[in-house]
Design a protein around this ligand. Structure first.
Ligand SMILES: Cc1cc2nc3c(=O)[nH]c(=O)nc-3n(C[C@H](O)[C@H](O)[C@H](O)COP(=O)(O)OP(=O)(O)OC[C@H]3O[C@@H](n4cnc5c(N)ncnc54)[C@H](O)[C@@H]3O)c2cc1C
Length: 611
């Protein structure tokens, strides 16, 4: 017997006699009666910090709204969980001289003046409040002796303002957010892969998703759709990012005919552990570690004498690459001329290493057998973060072009570009962005959906198209394995669109990418079943990687200047007269169209960037 015991607040629960547990009626209907279209007030794609914070805000503001979060991983396996070093906010717990204005200036200067300054002002003004809110939710931040939240130094920040939970900050925050979502009854669809964004006549109406467990396809219809799908590190062959960071949300947005902003700005984190590329947090340098070349020199003295190892990431990554190119890199046997430099923690002492950055010690020990208390770590730049993304205004609403907005479509977090990081993000500003703009976007959505009706969708049509896509992949009789094509694409991105770039190299890289893309129709899958067919997901992700990679390369060719992370050896100077603008790239299978949009400057006039 099945008894409906609660229909209050729109969250209908069933009580299954004999089983003694509660479960949601919608979940039951999907699983048992094959219902294919689901309705929600709000559907959020992405269970990382940005998506979870937005969902929580909506549920807090209006508990009657039906909110769902979809993620292709379990939410607590989103890449946010891997964030190590911390989250910036001018709490002034260790540095009285700090202020939101100082944080804003550091962020704008770090961005090489490409950040929109109205968005940066919001980010830095709301920072202290969101940290306190997280702590009230139960996030276990590391403490000072007097009990207040501890704050450490980070690259490009002129004050010690990064709040942290040892070197597991993302883990501490995400677990708390996900538990809170459960408390508020937000519906979570984990391990559902979103294949398509449904946009009709300039309005977002829902999405199509595929259940990894059993191959079901569903359409979700909603009054508002939000993307918080994270970054795209896997477009390159060496990255600090999780395997799931394939830029799906960006690709779906581009394939719906909407622009992506500032895609040429790809962050290389200076200290990826060699050879695996896994991140060694900037917190390690924040706590005092040195960068050393084959001659034993702290070479940052030649590149950023006032900030040394705590210069912004673009400058530090270029410095390391320059040292390696000049033959002052190190080989595994310790001789000169090799592919990495050393990150040396030894002078910090065992107690500090083990209490402040224990996870980084463990990573180096486990992955490359280095005991950082006694030996220096081998590091080189690794792909880490995308400054560009889906263009949004400061309420998280997606831009349809230079002026307009898309009805019912929102984005936040790493997949969005609001733009607070401009051409180069400062460490510990991304977790902050996810929480500040996740919260703001959630609030904007809660207001937007009031008194709106659900849109109409021809769901059968979308289901059939998605089924056809999957069927085609399963039946395709090609000659290439997915991995071969993906590897070729990633290698091409790494070789032709790296730390240093030139027109010729980028141009030929773009042509190569297009050649590799042609092989997509010739891939084959070994697994043709429906149950946990991870090859289907890999094939869908490969398509995302290919769209995003081409958008990065095309945007990079067209920006004929050097700014932040985009370093053109053929145009070494920043060119404010022509390029103090955001790139807006539009994708179509026949080519990519590039336009530009002005930068918002409200507080700080652009000037030369020196450290
Ligand atoms: C190793 C590492 C350390 C970092 N350390 C720091 C730090 O100390 N401080 C800092 O400020 N920043 C740090 N960053 C950056 C920061 O962690 C990320 O930018 C941020 O967490 C991104 O959060 P997000 O919510 O936007 O996306 P993510 O946390 O990446 O979540 C994306 C979500 O989208 C879902 N998704 C994606 N595509 C689909 C699809 N097709 N269908 C369904 N679901 C989908 C995923 O399953 C996931 O749930 C670090 C990054 C890395 C990689």
């Amino acid at each position: 017997m099945i008894l409906i015991i609660s229909l209050s607040h729109g969250r209908e629960f069933l009580f299954a006699d004999g089983n003694h547990y509660l479960f949601n009626i919608k979940q039951y209907l999907i699983g048992n009666w094959g219902i294919i279209m689901l309705d929600f007030d709000v559907i959020i794609v992405g269970g990382g910090l940005a998506g979870c914070r937005a969902a929580l805000e909506i549920a807090r503001i209006d508990p009657n709204l039906q909110v769902a979060v979809v993620a292709k991983t379990h939410p607590i396996r989103s890449h946010s969980v891997a964030a190590q070093g911390g989250m910036a906010a001018s709490l002034k717990n260790v540095d009285d001289a700090d202020s939101w204005e100082a944080h804003a200036f550091d962020t704008v200067k770090g961005s090489d003046y490409l950040a929109d300054q109205d968005a940066v002002a919001i980010l830095t003004q709301e920072a202290a409040d969101v940290v306190i809110d997280l702590e009230h939710m139960g996030v276990l931040f590391s403490r000072l002796d007097d009990g207040r939240i501890a704050q450490r130094a980070f690259g490009g920040h002129t004050h010690n303002r990064t709040c942290y939970a040892a070197d597991k900050t993302g883990h501490a925050i995400l677990h708390e957010l996900v538990s809170n979502l459960r408390r508020y009854g937000v519906q979570i669809y984990d391990e559902w892969y979103v294949m398509r964004l449904i946009i009709e006549e300039g309005e977002a109406k829902g999405l199509v998703m595929y259940h990894i467990e059993d191959g079901q396809i569903k359409v979700i219809r909603a009054k508002a759709v939000m993307f918080a799908t994270g970054g795209y590190g896997r477009v390159y062959n060496t990255t600090s990012n999780d395997f799931a960071c394939t830029g799906d949300g960006l690709a779906m947005t581009a394939m719906a005919g909407l622009p992506l902003q500032d895609m040429e700005f790809v962050q290389f984190h200076p200290t990826g552990l060699y050879p695996v590329g896994v991140l060694i947090s900037e917190a390690v340098r924040g706590e005092g570690a040195y960068l050393i070349n084959s001659e034993g020199d702290r070479f940052m003295a030649n590149y950023a004498p006032s900030r040394m190892e705590l210069a912004p990431r673009d400058i530090t990554s270029r410095a390391i690459t320059t040292e390696i190119r000049a033959g002052r890199g190190i080989n595994s046997d310790g001789t000169a001329g090799g592919p990495f430099v050393y990150l040396d923690l030894r002078h910090m002492g065992e107690e500090k290493i083990m209490s402040r950055v224990p996870f980084c010690w463990e990573e180096a020990h486990r992955l490359v057998g280095v005991d950082a208390v006694r030996q220096p770590m081998p590091v080189r730049p690794t792909i880490h973060y995308c400054m560009g993304g889906i263009p949004v205004n400061t309420d998280g609403q997606v831009r349809s072009g230079k002026d307009g907005l898309v009805t019912g479509f929102f984005a936040a977090g790493e997949s969005a570009c609001v733009s607070v990081h401009g051409a180069n993000r400062l460490g510990s500003n991304s977790l902050l962005e996810c929480v500040v703009y996740g919260r703001r976007t959630g609030a904007a959505i809660a207001e937007y959906v009031q008194n709106r009706k659900l849109p109409t969708i021809d769901e059968q049509n979308y289901i059939q198209q998605a089924q056809q896509t999957i069927q085609n992949l399963l039946e395709q009789k090609g000659t290439y394995r997915i991995n071969e094509v993906r590897q070729a694409f990633q290698d091409c991105m790494t070789e032709y669109c790296g730390v240093f770039r030139t027109e010729d190299v980028l141009q030929s890289g773009f042509e190569k990418l297009q050649e590799i893309q042609k092989k997509y129709s010739q891939i084959y899958l070994d697994d043709t079943g429906k149950c946990w067919n991870t090859e289907i997901i890999e094939a869908l992700e490969l398509q995302s990687v290919m769209v995003v990679g081409q958008m990065i390369m095309a945007s990079a060719v067209n920006r004929r200047e050097s700014r932040g992370a985009h370093c053109r050896e053929d145009y070494p100077q920043r060119d404010d007269a022509n390029f103090l603008q955001h790139t807006m790239a539009y994708y179509s299978p026949s080519g990519i169209d590039i336009q530009y949009r002005p930068v918002t400057i409200t507080m700080f006039e652009p000037k030369e960037r020196k450290y």
